[in-house]
Design a protein around this ligand. Structure first.
Ligand code: 4AD
Ligand code: MG
Length: 484
């Protein structure tokens, strides 16, 4: 409980809305959502999606003061908490005093009480959280991060902080942001005319990390169960509604787990955090569900989702994810209607093809109609560290595919055999000197181990029913966009 300078109890709006109204004096700070008839202020302080209604007897207030009360203004309101006279709320405040912290000129304040487009709001990323939609999303995002830490803590995992600056490309995809202090206009050169990174800050080439996995593996091989939860960076030029250049990833890594244990963990983990938001974010989810239903009404029937948001979340939390091998999935896709009718942008002709988002979504949304875990992918389309199967051509990989999202998790059992890993690295031209420490993990006390990465924003997308990943992270970083 906090006290303000007048020594009167200052409660959040969330607390006030469930308090018993006894005409007690209350003080509340917040921002004006709407001001109607010079009499009703809907005030919000971010603690909940719901506003508290503050009723002003305008005859007792100066015209000058009333003029300052407009959408967006920050106020401190003192008054009595009473049972509401009007409909739509249980309590309201009979205002005795208004202090204006700061006004918001209605001519220039961009967030007016009307519908704004998502595109417009992205340009106002510093203010968009003042809308109901964005405040709801960000509260759900916060609850989900808490649920994630709670899940791992309750299940005996240690929170491990992977480095942000790294010398290794974990995914081997080469989509990294360089970190350097060299002069871009006049870098030092080697005799061969190449940039001489020996003279750079770290004495070698470094980048922002694409994944904390390799370092997490080192820690799992001593602490047993660890997880990272931090920002990761990818310089892939994908302008899609599912990709960010800076995103948060959760990566658990567990010693002695095989691929099946890994799938069990991922499924249990996702269900647990979804249950958490169902339990703790009801008001926000109801708001987001209604928003989605309104939006869906404007779409053609075939594009509408089959379930309202909360039902969809419950469905995922309550039903078993379907586990299917890559090989089975390819058969299904090859024989699917859209493939035969050449509706896929990337037709599936043969085993070995990489799956695109359109294929993943077909499997989840049209074929199985539930979350799907695909496993045992061709080695050729997966990263070097995945464990080779007996068949010599597939690896112990797994991807979890979600409705409306496509891939939400990527993981695997890791190659724990030194000789097999070395062969793989050689075949892919990954120099041993770069990953000598990673190879050490296979030289000293190696053991089977597994882990996965969950894209946090893709989870938030799913939980909030939003359509674009740029709208579920406070300040999105995408190609050509790093304002704010
Ligand atoms: O499948 P990815 O690339 O897997 C890894 O990075 C492994 N090292 C993880 C591990 O095994 N520890 O990425 C994992 C997940 C994806 O499934 C996706 O949800 C998300 O990270 N992701 C992105 N999210 C937003 N924007 C991007 N550009 C993303 N790239 C991957
Ligand atoms: Mg992946």
């Amino acid at each position: 409980m906090t006290f303000n300078i007048f020594n009167m109890t200052s409660l959040s709006i969330q607390e006030l809305l469930v308090a018993e109204p006894k005409s007690q004096e209350v003080v509340v700070n917040g921002w004006v959502k709407t001001f109607r008839s010079n009499r009703f202020i809907a005030l919000n302080d971010g603690s909940t999606i719901n506003n508290i209604q503050c009723v002003i007897d305008f005859e007792h207030f100066e015209e000058q003061l009333l003029k300052k009360i407009s959408t967006g203004a920050a106020l401190q309101i003192t008054g009595k908490l009473v049972e509401s006279q009007g409909r739509g709320q249980c309590v309201e405040i009979q205002v005795s005093d208004v202090f204006v912290h700061g006004t918001a000129d209605s001519e220039t304040y961009p967030i007016q009480p009307k519908k704004h487009s998502m595109e417009f709001l992205r340009e106002q990323a510093h203010l968009r959280v003042r809308t109901n939609t964005f405040s709801a999303i960000m509260r759900v995002r916060s609850a989900l991060s808490f649920a994630i830490h709670q899940y791992f803590r309750e299940n005996g995992f240690y929170y491990f902080h992977a480095p942000i600056i790294t010398g290794s490309d974990a995914e081997g995809a080469g989509e990294m942001f360089r970190v350097t202090t060299l002069d871009a206009k006049k870098p030092p050169l080697t005799d061969e005319g190449e940039v001489n990174y020996k003279e750079d800050f770290f004495g070698k080439e470094t980048n922002l990390t694409v994944s904390g996995q390799l370092e997490a593996e080192a820690y799992a091989m001593a602490l047993g169960k660890v997880y990272t939860f931090g920002p990761t960076f990818r310089a892939e030029n994908s302008n899609t509604s599912r990709h960010l250049a800076e995103f948060w990833m959760i990566e658990p890594e567990v010693a002695f787990n095989d691929l099946n244990d890994n799938m069990d963990l991922a499924e249990d983990f996702i269900k647990s955090v979804i249950n958490y938001v169902l339990e703790h974010c009801n008001d926000d989810l109801q708001f987001l569900e209604k928003r989605l239903l309104d939006e869906e009404k404007t779409k053609p029937q075939i594009e509408r989702s089959e379930m309202p948001l909360i039902e969809k979340l419950k469905f995922v939390a309550e039903n078993t994810f379907k586990r299917v091998s890559y090989t089975e999935a390819i058969d299904i896709l090859k024989n699917s209607k859209p493939n035969k009718k050449k509706k896929f942008q990337y037709p599936i002709n043969e085993w070995g093809a990489d799956l695109q988002s359109e294929h993943e979504r077909f499997l989840v949304e049209k074929h199985f109609k539930c979350p799907v875990i695909l496993f045992d992918y061709p080695a050729k389309i997966k990263a070097f560290y995945m464990r080779l199967n007996e068949d010599g051509k597939t690896v112990r990989a797994m991807d979890i595919l979600f409705p409306g999202i496509g891939e939400i998790v990527g993981g695997s059992e890791r190659e724990e055999r030194l000789d097999v890993l070395k062969e793989k690295m050689e075949a892919l031209n990954i120099p041993e000197e770069e990953l000598w420490w990673y190879l050490d993990l296979r030289k000293f006390g190696t053991a089977k181990h597994s882990g996965f990465g969950l894209g946090f924003e893709r989870l938030v997308l799913f939980a909030t029913g939003m359509g674009n990943i740029r709208d579920v992270i406070p300040f999105p970083r995408t190609p050509q966009n790093a304002e704010f």
